[in-house]
Design a binder for this molecule. Structure first.
Ligand SMILES: O=C(O)CCC(=O)C(=O)O
Ligand SMILES: [Fe+2]
Length: 806
């Protein structure tokens, strides 16, 4: 711990020379008066610092002078020019060259890499999209942006290995060498940041390495800037600039500028902006808000802006401001670093000006203040439920103006009481929102609400067209050859005789997955997408999604969720009703591929299940059979569990009640707890051989931790009620949640419940996409390095989904 005694404080050194502290002991930034007369009152010069002495110093003592000069520069002006900084000129020029080549790409190519989210802060920003300002008023920022946009384009690059946010890179063929150059430059700049922060530590009388472990995670931003040539006139209006006045928010910004000029720095004492004229070979470095806060405002984060360069640079009588290029490297502390007043920056006896904050909290607060409404993944997501289709239609019509033309994902579930014309009105109202849409008819979401079977619902998610690609797939699924059936412990549940479609639920992943992916089978829009850019694929399909799922494995890090459409022979005369733009299909699949700036996180829940065995290890499995658990006979274990269960109703003369719904689930560890990961329906078992057959092509592998469960017949999860109450819970962070629910055939069809008071209600669940099917859903979640083998979630009440933080 460093002593807080005055001799260790930075103040004495700063008092030397030009400044005096006039209100010592005050925790506010001291008002300073010039104490020597040789410098004019308003002189405000960015010092030029030769860094070679520091870099080449053999001892800490040799570094002292430069360190103090640097700190003085940041104390007085907030900006320095750094000369002999150690980054070779050809490296800087190489980055400028690649940056220029990037900005010359056609706008379509650059737009594919569009910046989408303030927290990610990555990608291409078009002229006029950004408006840098100090204003914190959302409405004011919006107006400013419309009236006086910043005349610049930029490309933002973050740490490339970040697990939450992805960089957007142009194709190598479009911008050869761009990615490599920028990644190397990022690293080079990071290293210089470390060195300059060390010099600041020394200059502030801290240990030279004080900042090292607080800045090493590289939460930095490399911003390439291109200011196109524009008429000077356009930059002369009030509030108009190439970049409006602002301060930067991190520790330091390393700014590389070309020779055009236009950067201006505000003299905080006079309020006047003064040019930071380019000096060849130097880097302009300024302190950001976080460093100012860290240092209790000893170091200054100074306002700056980019305006038209001085008149002499104007190329002709038209007054065209020449193009300008710059590269800013915004440095930040580690996300978790605590920014609390540096011990040497506190006037003894006084309190720090600011409470401690982590970088993450600080940046989060800035984003809340400055970004008008977080950019969300879906520009709209909601589920509307009502007894009256007309009310749903009225709700949908209100969305039209805002969502028009954007890719739309939807499901429609109609009650038994809805007639054909009401259904087609619902479909037309959804389609009227956008001509680019995919959807399907789904089943009612399980609810304990009375008269539930009389309700219809529509779920919608509208995406930015840059994030979403719709598709239709006719890739055939492959039906499973019937795998060996064992003596049934209980009969398979028979398909409901009223539904003449295949309810067998057989999935033939094995053969689908064993066929190497043949890219030609994906429809053209999907073929064009680059594999890494897609983080999620959502689709609606018939009962044979294996072929599509296999082809989608091209998107090797994407989570795939497929809802098998509800059976609709009595509603539309088709086994499944899938919708794509203006077309209706009875088979195949329709879906959407998404590339979010922030990866959505998968979630799953299987409410109502009752564990009937302890967790066990699979010691032998093959195909869809589990042959041994903890080296014992799985069927025997299951029978024993049922027979020792307190409820006699589980047993029958044959041993197990045929109505019983039994499952085997795989478990994963989460914070020392076991969580259910995948769940397979137990179709049959053979007590003599011991094997248990699962409704999947590949049973959990040997070594997997599993447990057996039953779903009591009384289980009737109130999914809607749960979702509603979780949405209403106070203090929860806003998220968008898409959930596919597997229901039982009986759900929503349980006779006529008594008429209830709330029969007429229309429920709107904002930021929720809730869709159900009695045919279950297909799941293959991204697991960091890849994705799990697809499996089918068919337990009634089982939910799988994606969540986007907003
Ligand atoms: O382009 C420049 O010279 C400065 C840009 C800048 O200040 C910023 O982007 O924060
Ligand atoms: Fe800036």
């Amino acid at each position: 711990m460093l002593s807080l005694s005055p001799s260790c404080s930075v103040w004495p050194s700063l008092r030397r020379g030009a400044w005096s502290v006039s209100r010592a002991g005050n925790a506010q930034r001291p008002t300073r008066r010039r104490t020597f007369a040789t410098v004019a009152e308003d002189a405000f010069r960015i010092p030029l610092i030769d860094f070679s002495k520091y870099r080449n110093a053999a001892s800490v003592a040799e570094k002292e002078q430069t360190a103090q000069d640097i700190v003085r520069g940041f104390t007085d002006v907030g900006f320095i020019y750094l000369n002999n900084h150690g980054i070779p000129e050809e490296i800087v020029q190489g980055a400028f060259q690649k940056s220029a080549e990037f900005f010359q790409l056609p706008i379509d190519k650059k737009s594919e890499l569009a910046w989408r989210d303030p927290r990610a802060n990555r990608g291409f920003v078009q002229v006029g999209r950004e408006r840098v300002t100090q204003s914190a008023d959302a409405e004011e920022i919006k107006q400013l942006r419309e009236k006086a946009p910043d005349y610049k384009e930029s490309m933002e690059i973050g740490r490339d290995w970040d697990t939450t946010y992805k960089n957007y890179w142009p194709q190598e063929t479009d911008a050869p060498g761009f990615r490599r150059t920028m990644l190397d430059f990022f690293q080079t700049c990071h290293e210089l940041h470390v060195l300059v922060m060390r010099s600041i530590a020394l200059g502030l009388r801290l240990d030279e390495s004080f900042f090292d472990d607080k800045i090493h995670e590289q939460y930095h931003n490399l911003r390439l800037l291109s200011y196109p040539p524009i008429k000077r006139q356009l930059l002369s209006g009030e509030g108009q600039a190439r970049a409006g006045a602002h301060s930067d928010y991190g520790t330091l910004t390393l700014l590389f500028q070309d020779s055009v000029g236009g950067l201006e720095v505000q003299n905080p004492r006079t309020g006047q902006f003064q040019p930071a004229t380019p000096i060849p070979g130097t880097i302009v470095i300024n302190a950001g808000d976080l460093l100012a806060r860290w240092s209790n405002d000893v170091l200054r984060s100074t306002l700056h802006r980019v305006v038209a360069p001085p008149l002499k640079a104007i190329s002709d009588t038209e007054g065209i401001t020449p193009a300008r290029q710059s590269i800013a490297f915004f440095c930040n502390p580690n996300q978790g670093a605590e920014i609390s007043c540096l011990p040497t920056c506190l006037v003894p006896g006084s309190k720090p000006k600011y409470p401690p904050v982590t970088t993450e909290e600080y940046i989060e607060a800035i984003l809340r203040k400055f970004c008008w409404g977080y950019v969300t993944m879906a520009s709209h997501m909601s589920t509307v439920i009502s007894r009256k289709p007309a009310d749903i239609i009225a709700y949908l019509s209100k969305l039209r103006s805002n969502l028009s033309g954007n890719p739309l994902l939807y499901t429609i579930s109609v009650s038994q009481h809805t007639d054909g014309s009401e259904l087609s009105n619902l479909v037309s109202s959804v389609r009227a929102i956008s001509e680019h849409s995919v959807g399907c008819l789904s089943a009612a979401v399980p609810s304990s609400r009375p008269a539930w079977q009389r309700y219809s619902s529509v779920s919608l998610a509208s995406f930015d067209s840059q994030n979403a690609t719709l598709f239709r797939s006719t890739i055939p699924g492959r039906k499973a050859p019937l795998v060996g059936r064992w003596h049934a412990m209980h009969k398979d549940r028979k398909p409901d005789p009223e539904i003449p479609v295949d309810q067998s639920g057989e999935m033939d992943w094995e053969s689908a997955l064993s066929n190497a992916y043949d890219g030609s089978v994906l429809s053209p829009p999907l073929e064009r997408l680059s594999a890494e850019s897609i983080d999620s694929v959502l689709y609606f399909s018939d009962n044979a999604p294996e072929g599509l799922s296999s082809a989608l494995s091209k998107f090797s890090t994407a989570t795939q969720l497929g809802l098998i459409g509800a059976s609709t022979p009595f509603i539309t005369g088709r086994p499944y009703t899938l919708l794509h733009n203006e077309s209706i299909h009875s088979d195949g699949a329709v879906g959407i591929c998404l590339s979010s700036p922030i990866r959505p996180s998968p979630h799953s829940a299987f409410p109502g299940l009752e564990p009937i065995t302890r967790p066990m290890i699979v010691t032998s499995s093959e195909g869809n059979l589990v042959n041994a658990l903890d080296n014992a006979n799985p069927s025997g274990l299951l029978l024993h569990a049922i027979h020792s269960h307190p409820s006699a109703s589980l047993r029958s003369e044959q041993g197990i009640s045929p109505e019983l719904r039994l499952y085997m689930g795989t478990l994963r560890q989460n914070n020392g707890q076991h969580e259910l990961d995948q769940l397979f329906y137990i179709t049959s078992g053979d007590p003599s051989r011991g094997s248990i057959a699962l409704d999947t092509e590949s049973a959990p592998a040997e070594g997997a931790l599993v447990q057996m469960f039953l779903l009591p017949s009384s289980a009737s999860p109130d999914i809607l009620g749960e979702v509603q109450s979780s949405r209403n819970a106070k203090g929860t962070r806003r998220t968008q949640n898409l959930t596919f629910v597997s229901t039982s055939i009986e759900d929503g069809e349980t006779g006529s419940a008594p008429h209830s008071e709330d029969d007429g209600d229309t429920i709107v669940l904002e930021d929720v996409f809730l869709a159900a099917s009695e045919n279950g859903c297909v799941v293959s979640r991204s697991t960091g390095g890849g994705h799990e083998r697809p499996w089918k979630c068919s337990v009634p009440g089982g939910m799988v989904g994606l969540q986007w933080a907003t």
